[in-house]
Design a protein around this ligand. Structure first.
Ligand code: SAH
Length: 334
């Protein structure tokens, strides 16, 4: 729900300020509408139902994958498209992947979102309404900002949304903000008192190759980005996740695994546990010329990193049959 508009609407009705808190508390618990908010006067519930849309987003489409993943395509009030995903895991974890922008101004060559038109930053309410949509389906416990957009380019609204996520059930420790390596954003996140997690989309340890895959590397070269990540760790003592999408013949060779290990190694922290944890992401097909690495190359890449004491996981691909997997969140209606 548009929380700024909520305040205005309540003021127009001469309602006390605590009403906004009551209404938010109900929404965060996953109720479907104002009529269920039994501690509000009936007349107010009715007025709100007429005057203030319960969500700032309208659902345009929803798809459920055979693995239980649900993808929702929404529109903002000004008809900007965005997507969000609910991932359900066997261990009962319920993780949402949310968008911070409609489209993305960056142009990573392998990502479908980068191919669509950038519309605008989402407001904090529009980010929260993605979470609330899924909270109405079931309780949630994890959130990643890995949907559409670059969260560090909209950090005020992202942080404002994060403030309220714990009330929906998602603690800061279970919330990760993923970035292409936008250094001013990493620095600001390090200054926050909250234990939010940082994830870095790295994808190539070699500067020239990384610039080819992610033009933003020209502006913020990997070497400087990794320094910013190390400073983040020094400050927060929270491990940084590294995302690395596996592209056949491009960034998946043994030698490239070794240079990644070198780039991530401690330097003066020799012998201490790595501050980076690598997540290898099987590539999900987009309209780009790339192909995903084979299982064998992913396994070999993983082994090479582990031999250099870098912790690695291989991401489970969720929702590929409904185009909800990473990098596939391009709204076709856009
Ligand atoms: N802009 C931020 C937030 C989006 S995260 C960032 O880039 O970190 C989306 C994640 O999915 C990123 O790690 C991105 O590199 C990855 N990704 C993009 N396209 C992909 C694809 N086709 N297959 C697998 N992962 C992809």
């Amino acid at each position: 729900m548009d929380l700024a508009l909520l305040d205005q609407t309540l003021a127009a009705h001469g309602e006390p300020r605590y009403r906004a808190g009551q209404i938010w508390a109900w929404a965060a618990k996953g109720v479907d509408g104002y009529e269920q908010m039994t501690n509000l006067p009936v007349a107010l519930r009715e007025a709100l139902a007429h005057e203030l849309p319960f969500s700032s987003l309208t659902l345009s489409e929803e798809a459920q994958s055979s693995d239980g993943t649900i993808k929702a395509l929404f529109q903002t009030a000004d008809e900007r498209p965005l997507e969000a995903v609910l991932m359900r895991y066997r261990d009962k974890r319920r993780s949402i992947c949310v968008s911070s922008q409609s489209g993305c101004p960056l142009t990573c060559t392998f990502c479908a979102t980068g191919q669509m038109k950038f519309a605008r930053n989402l407001t904090a309410s529009e980010i929260l309404d993605q979470a609330l949509y899924f909270r109405r389906i079931e309780p949630l416990d994890h959130c990643v900002f890995m949907g559409m957009g670059e969260p560090m380019l909209n950090l005020d609204n992202v942080l404002a949304a994060c403030e309220r996520l714990p009330e929906i059930g998602i603690t800061h420790r279970r919330t990760a903000i993923s970035t292409v390596g936008w250094i001013p954003g990493i620095e600001r996140l390090a200054e926050q008192p909250t234990p939010l997690r940082l994830a870095l989309s790295l994808h190539a340890a070699d500067e020239a190759l990384r610039s080819e895959l992610m033009p933003v590397n020209e502006r913020y070269p990997l070497k400087d980005v990794l320094d910013a990540c190390r400073a983040f760790y020094e400050r927060k003592h929270r491990r940084v996740f590294v995302e690395y999408v596996m592209l056949a013949g491009i960034n998946d060779r043994y030698q490239q695994a070794l240079s990644l290990a070198r780039a991530l190694s401690g330097g003066d922290r020799e012998g201490e546990p790595s501050i980076f944890k690598v997540n290898l992401i099987p590539f999900n097909p987009t309209d780009s010329p790339y192909e995903g690495s084979s299982r064998e190359s992913i396994a070999a890449f993983r082994a090479a990193l582990e031999s250099r004491n870098i912790p690695v996981t291989v991401r489970l691909t969720r929702g590929r049959d409904i185009d909800a997997a990473c990098g596939q969140l391009a709204a076709r209606t856009a």
